[in-house]
Design a protein around this ligand. Structure first.
Ligand code: UD1
Ligand code: UDP
Length: 373
């Protein structure tokens, strides 16, 4: 028997929040296709822990249970980031990976990157270089700092490289590979199409809404504005509500007013396949989610982003996204305009949103780490 004595690349894959699970799925699958070259480990910080924010998404994506679970839970930014760092450091010392792989822009992404960089462990950042230019967004802080600490920066949009170079990142570290979230979507579309979720919730024609950004839901006035927008739409709206949003609506004493809206159906956060099904069948999606802006573009479903800017400009220039802010008149006018049209807008998919981003990333990691030995 020929024994290979080539050292495997140990990759510690980090996830913390719902969109991370969706992004890591194709990366993990691809790593497992190279058992001779890669030893993958999956670590979940526990930033998201409720069954509908974690387990249901893992099940839908057939992700294995994490090898390591830090169980950090919720907290203020400082508490959550610090807890992750404290719990992650001994794990990193013990597992000694060749590289940690972080995705997106959540607190878990930055916390683990900080720990790894101080211990001299390489960092690969997936979805590098996206910039909203809005420094009040916690995610913008996480993005800029994670990119600064990273050794391999994998970008999903062409403009991300320009953003990184402007910040002084050397070009050699940047690799334009495409969008792993769209890999997952392409892998899951057929399965999602068979889900009986519309029947389950009694839906026919509807607008799909998601809203969870602090700038929109942490302020009572903004939630009241959202109430006015939904009432003004006079069209069925289904709203799988993020726990951050439901908690704040309850704390502000607004629950009854939301419940009283006749055209609004609030439901719990959905599993990935059910939510994808609802996106595929929606007349329109209204959101402040990053991932949902990308998925609607890939699906060709009209999207109105209720934020004042986007870090994903390709969804506007190539896709179906229109960024309108949390603005009542603009929201109602734009929505009615879209609802009047018979068919969905045809869109071009952004370059490399082709379902093969994970393959390009894993091939590059193998190439880079083998040559770094
Ligand atoms: C986090 C990310 C955000 C991402 C979102 C994806 C940061 C700074 N923010 O925001 O970029 O878009 O995840 O969904 O990392 N909660 C639960 N159960 C859970 C998780 C959270 O009930 O499983 C509630 C808790 O009340 C918690 C609140 O939601 O305090 C906010 O959770 P947190 O992880 O701090 O931020 P998100 O708003 O989820
Ligand atoms: N999503 C989901 N169930 C829901 C709402 C969203 O599975 O009820 C998926 C969605 O399809 C996308 C991801 O979660 O893949 C987006 O995550 P989220 O909006 O929480 O975070 P963001 O992308 O804004 O960071």
């Amino acid at each position: 028997m020929i024994m290979s004595n080539v050292k495997k690349i140990k990759i510690l894959n980090i996830v913390g929040a719902r969109p991370n699970f969706i992004k890591i799925s194709p990366l993990l699958t691809e790593q497992k296709r190279h058992p001779d070259a890669i030893e993958p480990i999956l670590l979940h910080t526990g930033q998201h822990y409720s069954p509908e924010m974690y387990k249901e998404i893992f099940d839908d994506l057939e992700l294995p249970a994490p090898d390591i679970y830090l169980g950090v839970g919720s907290g203020t930014h400082a508490a959550q980031t610090a807890n992750i760092m404290l719990k992650f450091e001994p794990v990193l010392l013990e597992t000694k990976p060749d590289v940690i792989l972080v995705v997106g822009d959540v607190n878990s992404t930055l916390a683990c990157s900080l720990v790894a960089s101080k211990l001299g462990i390489k960092i690969a950042h997936i979805e590098a270089g996206l910039r909203s230019g809005n420094w009040r967004m916690p995610e913008e802080i996480n993005r800029v700092l994670t990119d600064r600490l990273s050794d391999y920066l994998y970008t999903s949009e062409e403009g991300a490289e320009t953003n990184l170079i402007k910040e002084g990142i050397v070009k050699d570290k940047i690799h334009f590979v495409g969008n792993v979230m769209i890999d997952t979507l392409e892998n899951s579309k057929n399965k999602a199409a068979t889900r009986p979720v519309k029947q389950e919730f009694g839906l026919d024609h509807y607008i799909l809404m998601t809203m969870h950004r602090p700038e929109n839901v942490d302020i009572k006035d903004k939630l009241e504005l959202l109430l006015d927008i939904v009432a003004g739409l006079q069209y069925p709206v289904v709203f799988p509500m993020h726990p951050r949003t439901s908690n704040l609506i309850a704390n502000f004493g607004l629950k009854q007013r939301f419940d009283d809206l006749k055209n609004l159906k609030i439901i719990r956060p959905l599993g990935y396949l059910d939510f994808l099904n609802l996106q595929m069948n929606a007349k329109l999606v209204m959101t402040d989610s990053g991932g949902v802006q990308e998925e609607t573009t890939a699906l060709g479903i009209p999207c109105l982003t209720l934020r004042s800017e986007t870090e994903r400009p390709m969804t506007v220039t190539h896709g179906t996204n229109k960024v309108i802010g949390l603005n009542k008149d603009a929201a109602i006018e734009s929505a009615l305009d879209i609802l009047k049209q018979d068919s969905h807008r045809i869109c071009k998919k952004p370059p490399l949103w082709d379902g093969h981003a994970a393959e390009r990333i894993v091939a590059d990691i193998i190439r880079s780490l083998a040559s770094d030995e």
